[in-house]
Design a protein around this ligand. Sequence first.
Ligand SMILES: Cc1cc2nc3c(=O)[nH]c(=O)nc-3n(C[C@H](O)[C@H](O)[C@H](O)COP(=O)(O)O)c2cc1C
Length: 312
Amino acid sequence: MEGLADVHLRRLITAQGGYDWVVSEFVRVVDRPLPDHVFHTICPELLNAGKTASGTPVRVQLLGNHLEAMASNARTAAALGSHGVDINFGCPSKTVNRSQGGAILLREPESLFRVVEAVRNALPADMTVSAKMRLGFDDTRLMLDNAAAIEAGGACEMTVHARTRAQGYAPPAHWDELARIRSHVQIPVIANGDIWSVADYHRCSAIAGTQDVMLGRGAVRHPDLARRIRSDDHATADWAATRLLLMEFWADIRTGMPRKHHTGRVKQWVNHLRQVHPPAETLWREIRTIQCPDAMDQIIRPSLHDVPKSAR
Ligand SMILES: Cc1cc2nc3c(=O)[nH]c(=O)nc-3n(C[C@H](O)[C@H](O)[C@H](O)COP(=O)(O)O)c2cc1C
C-alpha cells in the first residue's frame, strides 16, 4: 500500500506469520525503463532475494499503461529477483488516473488486456503475472469484461478489491460480486476489502467462495491477523504486545529511512492503531504534534519496566 505498507511495515507484519506473499508499493511506469535504484528504493527486499527478513516473498507491483515501458520494467523487476509481477488497475488517485494509470483503465477492458499481455509476453513462462482490480470505475457494468480481459491477457491470478473506484474505501466491500467474477473466469480470484477480523475472513470467504484473501488496512491495524486467520484464533494481540511492536518499528525506521520522515511514519501507524486499540488514542494525543525525532523517541521508547512482563 503506497506510503503505508513500506519495507518497514512489511518486515514487521510478515514477521508475525501467516502470509504466503506480499506486494510492494506500486512502481509508477510512465513511458520508459526505470533504473534499478528505483526498484531497490520501493522494494529493498530485492536485495534480500526478494524476501522480507522473515522469508516472505515480495512481488513488485507496476502501475502504468505504456506497453513497451510496462514490459521492460517487468523484465527489470524479474531480473532483480521479484517473486512475480503484479499490475495495479485499482489505484483511485486522481493524479494517477489523469495520466491513464490505475483504476481509470477499468473503463477499457481492451487496455487491461493489452497491458497484461505485454507484461506476460515480457517474462519467462514460469514467472507469476497477477493483476489487482476493483469492481469498476463508476459502476460494475464492465466488471466481468475486465476480469475476462485480465485472464485473456495471461495473468495467473487476480486480486479484486470489492469496491468500485467511485466507492473509494467506504464500507461495505461487496464480496458477493467476487463470486460472480469467480464463476466467469478460470484463474484464481483473491478476495480483498474490509477484512478486519477472523470473523470477517470467514464471512468473506463464504460469500466470495474462496479461501484466498488479500489483507489491506486490516493487516496494518492487526499485524497478527493473517496468522490468526490460519489458526482460527479470534483473540487479537493486546495493546501491550502491540506497543512492543511499535518500539521495534520505531527502531527500524530510525535506522532505515531519512530523519525527516521518522515522526510522520510513526504517527501514521499510531493513527491506524488507535482505531482498534483505545490506549493508542492517548499515545496519539501525546505524539500528534511532535516534529522532532528525539522528542518522539522519549515517548515511543519507554523503559522496559513500563511494559507488562507478559508482553516482553
Ligand atoms: C494508503 C493506501 C495505499 C494503497 N496503496 C495501494 C497500492 O500501492 N497498490 C494496491 O494494489 N493497492 C493499494 N491500496 C489498496 C489496498 O491494497 C486494498 O485494496 C484496499 O485498501 C482495500 O482493502 P482493505 O479494505 O483490506 O484495506 C492502498 C490502500 C490504502 C489505504
